[in-house]
Design a protein around this ligand. Sequence first.
Ligand code: DAT
Ligand code: MG
Length: 149
Amino acid sequence: MERTFLMIKPDAVQRNLIGEVVSRIENKGLKLVAAKLFQANEELAKEHYSEHVEKPFFNGLVDFITSGPVFAMVVEGNNVVEVTRTLVGETNPAKAAPGTIRGDYGVDLGRNIIHGSDSNESAKREIGLWFNDAELNDYKLNNEAWVYE
Ligand code: DAT
Ligand code: MG
């Protein structure tokens, strides 16, 4: 089992979409290991998006992500990075397929509803930035044998 970091962004929090998005993650069969509504400061936002520091959209992205609370999550499952990136959809909601979270709820690139780690290494780094060990819950869901072969 792997873990990934997912974050419902301030646009989706303001649009009352937390429940809708979390439902999709639960319905998929994945397990929530941690979750919190949390307003990031500039330092955390810059660290989280440090791979994009040279991009022209970096400052706007940091402003957006710190503009209100996000709903940060750690989610566990087999192959969870790939599974959740597929669930989330393409970066630009205008191009994301219907049925994906971004495809169903977003329109503009800078208001794309949710973040999901893009590799196991990013997941590890991002989980460590947003959560401490005591916030990560180790438990077993009793439906696992019905999700995984
Ligand atoms: P993703 O969130 O799909 O991993 P990314 O890591 O390339 O995409 O970019 C991080 C976020 O930055 C993305 O969710 C939205 C924003 N973004 C990406 N490319 C952008 C661009 N060309 N203009 C404005 N915002 C952009
Ligand atoms: Mg990314």
